[in-house]
Design a protein around this ligand. Structure first.
Ligand code: GLU
Length: 399
């Protein structure tokens, strides 16, 4: 019995005290074994994980696991998806990975990415740096998709790397028929052994299982809550693509190449920063709540505006030593506060224009800049400089 109905299916295994049954639709459900009538034999459950063979002539990659759907399965007691696998489990579950490289696995966390913190970004940066020092050919980070772009931006600022650092996740867990975990992981491994030399996110490019896109870590956003092709490069073209199943990697001219940057780490962050989305009618009290913050990014309207009623509070923050950076809520284009009087008043109040940086990238960057530079003028100039491809000189025209 399940959901008040009698259903027939194939018993697969026991998990969490529930019988896992595959229905004709392909979906697995967890059923209380007491309410099951079994006919025929139960399949044997393999007890031992298969070993992943090491092949001499393949490149060496490290997989640092942090959690997310790519490391998840359904908890059959509750029906919810929980993040439980580490990098070694992922490797065992996706045998195709063994054709691409030899791997070291580093289990850093098993969290859903809404629980990610700047402290874990720092641990992640140190773990990646260790792997680069060991001389691996590339590093893969398995990560929840929800905040993957924040982490990719954080690692972009904290680490200089001569080898690819590739973030990958999946929108659907391994035990779902339409899971994207295996294809994304294999494409990530291909990108991590390619000529790429920067931090990137590799995820499904289309609704089919034929291509993954390679996105720059500072110019990418999750644009859909559930589609497998949820990630898009914003304001620039993707850095390249990985064809599946051939594994052929094509890199565009603007992708930084392997070996172009020397290994380095600057892992200090100033956490006492905020990101505020302006909306019509916003009360100045909300801005005042940021008093004492070291940095504040505002996602303003259009060319980078807030209402005239907020400007005295913005000025107050700047006078008290908060670095205030204006970005735009528009997905494309850049801030220009010299056009309208509200913009000019914001500039006079001491606001820094954030160019075409995505607001969430500007937040991560302000944490990094203020963690490494205490001089307000130099910190302001760094916010406007293009450090890791986060600011473009010319935006693409597309929407
Ligand atoms: N909310 C979870 C996370 O970001 C699951 C989403 C996912 O991994 O796709 O970790």
């Amino acid at each position: 019995m399940y959901g008040g109905k009698t259903r027939k299916g194939i018993y697969i295994t026991e998990r969490d005290g529930m019988a896992v049954v595959k229905l004709d639709s392909g979906y697995n459900i967890g059923v209380d074994p007491v309410s099951c009538a079994f006919s025929g034999h139960l399949p044997e459950i393999p007890a031992k994980k298969p070993d992943v063979p090491q092949k001499k002539d393949l490149p060496g990659l490290s997989i640092v696991s942090t959690g997310g759907t790519i490391a998840s399965r359904i908890d059959y007691r509750t029906g919810s998806v929980t993040s439980q696998f580490d990098a070694a489990d992922i490797l065992t579950a996706i045998p195709e990975l063994a054709n691409v490289a030899n791997y070291r696995t580093i289990p850093l966390a098993t969290i859903l990415s809404e629980n990610m913190t700047p402290l874990i970004w720092q641990e992640l940066a140190r773990a990646i740096c260790e792997e680069i020092k060991r001389g691996v050919d590339g590093v893969i980070i398995t990560h929840g998709t929800d905040t993957m772009a924040y982490s990719a931006a954080a690692i972009s600022f904290m680490i200089d790397s001569p080898v690819p650092i590739v973030f990958v996740g999946s929108q659907r867990s391994a035990d779902r028929p339409s899971s994207d975990n295996a294809m994304n992981a294999v494409c990530a491994a291909r990108a991590a052994t390619s000529d790429l030399g920067e931090v990137a996110i590799v995820m499904h490019a289309t609704t089919s299982d034929d291509t993954c896109a390679i996105h720059r870590g500072t110019r990418v956003r999750k644009m859909h809550s559930s589609r497998r092709d949820a990630f898009r490069s914003i304001g620039i073209d993707p850095l390249g693509s990985v064809a599946y199943p051939s594994g052929e990697v094509s890199l565009e001219e603007h992708a930084v190449r392997r070996g172009c940057r020397k290994a380095g780490i600057h892992d200090k962050l100033e956490e006492h920063c905020g990101l505020l989305q302006f909306y019509p009618g916003m009360s100045p009290d909300l801005l005042e709540a940021y008093e004492g913050c070291k940095g504040l990014v505002i996602a303003g309207t259009g060319l980078g505006h807030v209402s005239t009623t907020l400007i005295p509070s913005v000025r107050g923050l700047v006078e008290d030593g908060t670095l205030v950076v204006m970005t735009t809520q528009c997905m494309q284009g850049r801030v220009c506060d010299r056009v309208y009087d509200t913009g000019r008043d914001l500039l006079a109040a001491g606001v820094i224009e954030g160019g075409d940086m995505l607001p969430e990238v500007a937040l991560v960057k302000i944490m990094w800049v203020l963690g490494n530079e205490r001089d307000p003028e130099r910190a302001g100039s760094l916010m406007q400089a293009d450090l890791k491809g986060e600011c473009t000189r010319r935006s693409t025209h597309g929407l």
